[in-house]
Design a protein around this ligand. Sequence first.
Ligand code: O2Y
Ligand code: MN
Length: 582
Amino acid sequence: MKNRNLSAWVDEVAQQTRPDRVVFCDGSEEENRTLIQGMLGDGTLIALNGERYPNCYLHRSDPTDVARTEHLTFICSRDKEDAGPTNNWMSPDEATRKVGRLFDGAMKGRTMYVVPYLMGPVGSPSAKVGVEITDSPYVVASMRIMTRMGKVALDALGGSDDYCRGLHSLGDLSPERRFVCHFPAERLIWSIGSGYGGNALLGKKCFALRIASTMARDEGWFAEHMLILGLEDPEGRVTYVCAAFPSACGKTNLAMLVPPASQKGWKVWTVGDDIAWLRIGPDGRLWAINPEAGFFGVAPGTSSRTNPNALATLSRSSIFTNVALTPEGTPWWEGFDGPVPPALTDWRGNRWTPDSKEPAAHPNSRFTSPARQCPSISPEFDAPGGVPISAIIFGGRRARLAPLVYEARDWTHGVYLGATMASETTAAATGKVGVVRRDPMAMRPFCGYNMGDYFRHWIELGANRPAFPKIFHVNWFRQGESGKFLWPGFGENLRVLRWIAARVRGAAEGRETPLGIMPADGELDTSGLDVNDEALRELFAIDREPWLEEARDRAAFLESFGARMPEALLRLNQDLAARMRA
Ligand code: O2Y
Ligand code: MN
């Protein structure tokens, strides 16, 4: 290996963790085949029906290790204030004492894999290199799908020491000894005790969001929890949009939206489903790349009705985690197409029938699939410069309160809309339904520093930038008095995207309201929909008392950041209350 800094770190880690052997991953087909064979041999993977799901495998994680663990995730900045009230903080000294020592001898009897990976398209000035050292071959195979992994990353790194170091070990998989620690000053991640998803595939939430958000603050860009899509109109013009939603709001479905038959000539191109890195281009616009190369999508609820593009994407060369298995050797989950099979093997490997009390697939079961397999993948997916963003959408799940769509009055007002975003929990996410959780810009679990400073960074980067995107807020989930959803959602959300694109191009007037700019009469195309005038009125209704209550709740949240909260956002919240009282 040519890179002296990397060699020294690898040696140091091997000294500490004591693996039986060290493998430097090149990302080749042959290397992947060998890894897969090894995992099929020891039961880490189960081969799926090769005719219906070629090159696809099932992995079952430890039953105590089935999701990201926010309460075991720490920001290890020197000063606690720099982590802020939304993060768990551990001092670097305590992390060394408490977590560092768990790596001593942790890889004895195991192979240590060195996984160089590139976040972003090859040749992109926005791309960044990470190296994950792990003792999990499942993590290696997953990183090969989720990132540009191996030689391509080492080539990009050359002799530089500019890379994010991530040390991961399965440890003993005990939740008592499970920690995910981030050291922003050192661009370093330590993860031990989990082999699952965001805890273990360190390129995703740990690097591309938590560490990258601190780099973005220091270097003048944005690392965001946003999908990126291109909306093509019948004339062939493409409007690129980023959108941030908390979980359970259909983010992957929106990224891969298939326009209904009524929307002839319209098309959605998928650039990314989860993370966007945005930089100011020479033209003063914001340009976005998707740092990832794959999708780690939630399986339950994915069907040909909700997301046909996801179904096509996951039908080959994919790894499934914690889904159920049919007797034919195909994956299955709640909400899948067709009738519920009479007998299955559940996500734990036990026999399951429709009478069983528990779901067959774990609610957080996943597919890991190459993005290039997505039928709607954008021709610009690998563009080194990314795509120019014309609109940023913030959204949440609110049964009452939030209108279907409205536009911020200006950039700072848009930052305010993002900073005060909230969503109601669903049973699948927490077991409790309808609890409002503030999740600013959907970054609450992913911002690697004090979110008060994060909002200031947003305000400052967009100040006096006339070519920056317009900002919108959407809510697909508003319900009428009877509890029925007022908006059909799914593919019909394209109609809302069309209004947004029209606003961006100056082709829709809009109308001023106390919340922001809403579609003027007739600007939102509802033709052919089962949405009558009364439902449309309710979708855009502004109810004074609930909004005053909301403003009070927002004030308490914004004030929890103390002096770090920009005054401008506090003022905009007072302004909202004043408009509601007026
Ligand atoms: O539970 C996990 O480890 C996965 S979380 C995840 C995966 C893909 C995209 N987004 C998320 C998320 O939590 O936002
Ligand atoms: Mn996400």
